[in-house]
Ligand binder design. Structure first.
Ligand SMILES: Nc1ncnc2c1ncn2[C@@H]1O[C@H](COP(=O)(O)OP(=O)(O)O)[C@@H](O)[C@H]1O
Ligand SMILES: [Mg+2]
Length: 260
């Protein structure tokens, strides 16, 4: 039996000024699921996370997060962005603590410190708690940002192309690490990417978005067991389908004047 979705977007429309971004966009996310939102640049991937996170109101349609209006669900949600946004004069441990300090104030300080230390270990930085961001690599900083998001014990983690600024080697490693972290924490994750391989490694389901005005082109369900290897032949059919979908999105609009 499948549980009720923890996130639901139903016929959502949103416009910035005159420009219609979505064409009645609908998708949902199940509890504990890892969903990748995959789509071309500018199609509204980041916008979808802002809507789910209650940072942006829709013009039409319905959005529910754990059965509530997104504005009421903010405490269930944590964000990880493309850049780690760490405070440079705080150590890795103090950066992890920052999110929970802002949310919960000074109470249970020792308990939160212990938890933050555990989370640094979970993201592979057990020995780096006292280092400052300038002493960490790009990948390590992004791990701190992931630990900081988990430190508020959110039900849902929204991740916006968190590995896209890293070099290809590190990106590959972070994908596998992310899969392990997700398996260990059992959070619901919505992960925005424009990288097909990333979505194949991570997603239970991939929501493929079109160009603007944006709709869901396809939802691909991956049953491949974890931890996954990208060389697994079971992923090939999905890979081929995604490459084909992306090619179709990249077709330039036919120039009517040259055709005429
Ligand atoms: N605050 C805003 N004001 C005006 N246009 C915006 C705003 N935010 C996003 N957009 C536009 O909406 C579209 C979707 O943006 P975004 O969600 O950032 O795309 P993606 O993350 O898929 O690259 C883009 O065309 C972008 O220029
Ligand atoms: Mg974006």
């Amino acid at each position: 039996m499948q549980s009720a979705p923890i996130i639901a977007l139903e016929n959502v429309s949103i416009a910035f000024g005159e420009e219609q971004i979505y064409d009645r966009l609908s998708f949902d996310v199940r509890r504990g699921e890892f969903v990748c939102i995959l789509g071309p640049s500018g199609c509204g991937k980041s916008t979808s996370l802002r809507i789910i996170g209650g940072l942006l109101d829709v013009n039409a349609g319905r959005v529910a997060v754990d059965g509530r209006d997104p504005h009421q669900a903010w405490s269930d949600i944590a964000f990880v962005f493309q850049s780690p946004r760490l405070v440079p004069w705080r150590t890795a441990l103090d950066n992890v603590l920052l999110g929970s300090e802002l949310r919960f104030g000074a109470s249970d300080k020792e308990q939160r410190r212990t938890r933050a230390t555990e989370l640094l270990r979970l993201v592979g930085l057990g020995g780096d708690a006292r280092k400052y961001p300038s002493m960490l690599s790009g990948g390590e900083r992004q791990r701190v940002a992931i630990a900081r998001a988990l430190a508020v014990d959110p039900k849902i983690v929204l991740m916006d192309e968190p590995f896209s600024a890293l070099d290809p080697n590190m990106r590959g490693r972070m994908r596998s690490e992310m899969e392990r972290i997700w398996l260990e924490t059992a959070k619901t994750v919505v992960f925005v990417t424009h990288d097909i391989e990333e979505s194949l490694q991570l997603a239970d389901r991939i929501v493929v978005l079109s160009n603007k005005p944006t709709r869901v082109l396809e939802i691909i369900e991956l049953q491949t067991p974890r931890p996954r290897a990208l060389s697994d032949p079971a992923l090939d059919t999905h890979r081929q389908k995604l490459v084909k979908l992306f090619r179709s999105l990249e077709q330039p609009a036919v120039d009517k004047e040259t055709v005429a």
